[in-house]
Design a protein around this ligand. Structure first.
Ligand code: CA
Length: 385
């Protein structure tokens, strides 16, 4: 099999109701999708993570200018070799950020080709499944104009519980005292049963994060995600010794090289690489192996369209529990419940929660089909339209 073409699709749509997190206002949902066409008529799809404030065009430029010339004419079964070539040839201007997001999208599309060629889901190609369904947790709780907090958050929490979620993650990072009051109020509002996590999206330094960690201990928070900047790995290690709340980070880290220090120094309890950002299946399975060797939990970050969601599920199926006990600590699916106009339509609504669980698709490749009408509807050409 040979790769005959690599196409990119930038999809973007303004949100009817913009929402805020600690870094700013999200006014649109965008993504960059890669379509790989082979000489055997098999097409594979991949997605590049697009953070709330991230222009999708950067990763697109990397794919078209730097990665496409590397993979054209090559055998997709050489996927590991192709990954290393993409990484090494972009190293002087890559290693992290949009360059790695771009490699991730190409890698996911190549794996989709392999799965479709063999008639197997990607999780089976990666060594098999530890689970066929996964418990999701709700990501949401962004702030919108005109609503009052914490009342609006407690209302949102009730709607997640009504859908069957047993775990959810609050957006924090709006000020130390405000966060402390907010976290206690939400815990009081929802009762003690639901698992509650918090995510500050790097809003604090070690001192501020320490104050929050100490003050919220009675609220039984499962993990505190990105309390501080990802550049401050030493700060994470410092915080970890001060609390029994799990520390989590990794959505802003890339490749096995990037994760090396996080893992080898046990800077956090839970690693959160994003498949569509940290390097795709090829690299994330290596990050997973590093995590396993150091007995760390790995719960991927997920914030993309249906393609990213499907890819995450394929990967999650293959993550070994750390350790593999009779009642192991299982990973969870980050299931973004915030507004995303094409998350589901793009994959014909194929991924859903039933009875509090999300099933891992068992069809070939990513296990989903792509709705090209949705691509056409939201695609933005080079002119910006
Ligand atoms: Ca996060």
């Amino acid at each position: 099999m040979k790769i005959m073409d690599v196409k990119t699709h930038v999809l973007s749509v303004p949100l009817e109701e913009p929402f805020a997190f600690s870094m700013g206002w999200v006014t649109k949902r965008s993504t960059m999708i890669v379509e790989i066409v082979t000489d055997e008529g098999i097409t594979g799809w991949g997605e590049s993570l697009c953070h709330g404030l991230q222009p999708p065009e950067i990763a697109e430029a990397v794919v078209l200018a730097a990665l496409k010339p590397i993979v054209l004419g090559r055998d997709p079964f050489d996927v590991d070799v192709l990954w290393e070539e993409m990484y090494n040839l972009t190293r002087p201007f890559g290693q992290k950020g949009a360059a790695l997001n771009a490699i991730a999208a190409v890698d996911i599309a190549i794996w989709d080709c392999l799965g479709r060629a063999l008639g197997k889901p990607i999780c089976k190609l990666l060594g098999g499944v530890y689970r066929t369904e996964i418990e999701p947790y709700a990501t949401g709780f962004y702030r919108v104009r005109g609503k009052h907090y914490p009342a609006a958050a407690i209302e949102e929490a009730q709607s997640h519980l009504a859908k069957g979620f047993k775990a959810m993650k609050l957006k924090t990072g709006f000020g130390v005292e405000e966060d402390i009051e907010y976290i206690h109020a939400v815990r009081e509002g929802i009762g003690s049963a639901p698992k509650l996590m918090i995510d500050a999206n790097q809003a604090y330094n070690v001192g501020a994060a320490r104050r929050i960690l100490k003050a919220i201990e009675p609220a039984n928070i499962h993990w505190f995600e990105e309390p501080i900047s990802p550049e401050d790995v030493e700060g994470y290690r410092e915080l970890k010794t001060l609390t029994n709340i799990y520390l989590a980070a990794g959505e802003s880290e890339f490749s096995k090289i990037g994760f090396r220090e996080w893992v080898s120094t046990r800077a956090v309890d839970i690693l959160q690489p994003d498949l569509c950002s940290a390097g795709g299946f090829t690299e994330c399975r290596k990050i997973s192996a590093l995590a396993q060797a150091w007995h760390l939990s790995l719960i991927p970050h997920v914030w993309g369209s249906g393609i990213g969601l499907a890819a995450a599920l394929q990967f999650i199926a293959t993550i070994p529990p750390a350790p593999l006990a009779l009642k192991p600590i299982e990973p969870m699916l980050e299931y973004d419940q915030s507004s995303h106009p094409f998350r589901q339509d793009l994959i014909f609504g194929a991924i859903n929660m039933r009875d509090g669980k999300v099933e891992i698709p068992s069809g070939p490749g990513l296990g989903i089909e792509i709705n090209r009408e949705v691509i056409a509807r939201y695609e933005r050409g080079p002119s910006g339209h």
